[in-house]
Design a protein around this ligand. Structure first.
Ligand code: ADP
Ligand code: MG
Length: 322
């Protein structure tokens, strides 16, 4: 515990402007002391980003700060939770002031949007890695889970799919993208926006939900497995951006939409008879909402082409240990 570690915490993490009234004791003691509303359950999630795996070591620190929190808020969104607090585990090769200033800008700009207060953490020296834990609230028994999808339910997604995957392929130089689409794709890769509002609107409406972090095929697969059901997807209905539509066609487009990771959209199921309600609430969302298929009793995922023919492919999504 060097002197500079405490100066660094003081300088960058303590005394940020936003102070929530439910934080009894924030940064500066051995632990934080927090007040959970009496009529709410606490929802907790954590994601770790490692340099060289989730981002390049020399990546823009503002983007790393943003994404470290965004991917966590996306998990809260998938539960329908309202964010409140975060803790931060930071491992740094050195105390680079410029890097920290940029990182904090990305982190706290997004935190401010959702009134999330940093309430503690740990700072250590080592290979660059960022662990963020988020805490939010939801009414008892109301949280959206992966387990409630039933045969007949409609499968829906927010926003567009495959943009971050295409953005990554573009940055790596694997796929050539027209100049007019490059900024949009970079934004989608580096500044994902958590679907907190949609997640809250889906409370009491969606039968199951998950956020799309590893690729739709895999993430929807988790809903199907946990719910003990299967699904049919209509590939023609997969919502894609004009950047993706202009760059990839046919099977390559479907593959990117189904398997590209890092989109942080929501995939959820809704009983068919509640489609009107979904259309009403989603009209106010900042992103589109698209029905892409139907839950079926028979296990497994069946992807259908426009002519009704099944598209049988091995759809691999991201797995750190595969
Ligand atoms: P201890 O040695 O008791 O675990 P630390 O010296 O690690 O305490 O941390 C001192 C205070 O600073 C604690 O309140 C801790 O939560 C906070 N803190 C340390 N690192 C961070 C960080 N990266 N972000 C936010 N708060 C931090
Ligand atoms: Mg202590």
């Amino acid at each position: 515990m060097s002197e500079s570690e405490f100066t660094l915490i003081e300088r960058f993490f303590a005394h940020r402007s936003m102070q929530r009234s439910d934080v009894v004791l924030g940064i500066g003691d051995d632990c934080a002391v927090l007040e959970v509303p009496a009529d709410r359950h606490l929802v907790v999630g954590m994601d770790v980003l490692v340099a060289g795996r989730h981002f390049l070591g020399d990546a823009d620190p503002v983007g790393i700060g943003h994404k470290a929190l965004a991917v966590n808020l996306s998990d809260l969104a998938a539960m329908g939770a309202t964010p409140a607090w975060m803790t931060l585990g930071l491992t740094l090769p050195q105390a680079d002031q410029d890097w920290l200033a940029g990182f904090c800008r990305g982190l706290f700009d997004l935190a401010g949007q959702y009134e999330v207060q940093l309430i503690g953490g740990d700072t250590t020296r080592g290979p660059l890695a960022v662990a963020v834990q988020v805490h939010g609230f939801v009414a008892p028994a109301a949280a959206l889970t992966r387990a409630g999808a039933r045969p007949g339910d409609l499968i829906c997604v927010t926003g567009t799919l495959g943009d971050a995957g295409l953005g990554l392929a573009m940055v790596r130089g694997d796929i050539e993208v027209a100049e007019r689409h490059r900024a949009y794709l970079r934004q989608r890769l580096e500044r994902p926006w958590p679907r907190i509002g949609p997640g809250r609107d889906l409370l009491g409406l969606a039968s199951a939900a998950i956020d799309v972090s590893d690729g739709l095929a895999g993430d929807l697969g988790h809903i199907l497995e946990r719910s003990g059901v299967g699904a049919r997807l209509d590939l023609e209905r997969l919502p894609v951006s004009s950047a993706l539509a202009d760059t990839l066609q046919g099977g390559e487009r479907y593959r990117m939409g189904l398997c590209g990771g890092d989109d942080y959209e929501l995939c959820f199921t809704v009983p068919q008879e509640r489609l009107d309600e979904l259309e009403t609430v989603s009209a106010d969302w900042a992103c589109r909402c698209t029905v892409i298929g139907t839950v079926e009793a028979e296990p497994g995922l069946r992807c259908r082409l426009a002519d009704g023919v099944l598209w049988e492919q091995n759809l691999k999504t991201y797995d750190h240990f595969a």
